[in-house]
Design a protein around this ligand. Structure first.
Ligand SMILES: [Zn+2]
Length: 54
């Protein structure tokens, strides 16, 4: 999947990309850091997307 910088920054819904309205914490998005480890970002989602698939 692709994820935008705004989504990584918790400024847009990680599922649909909406940046307006009420956004709730949706857990963490993990991605390889290129050095054998991985980075994590706290992401948010619209309330209607209670179980975003990351
Ligand atoms: Zn959404």
């Amino acid at each position: 999947m692709t994820i935008s910088q705004a989504q990584l920054d918790g400024e847009a819904c990680v599922v649909c990309g909406a940046s307006e309205g009420f956004l709730i914490p949706a857990g963490y998005f993990f991605a390889p850091d290129g050095g054998g480890g991985r980075r994590s970002w706290a992401v948010v989602a619209c309330p209607k997307e209670r179980r975003p698939k990351l």
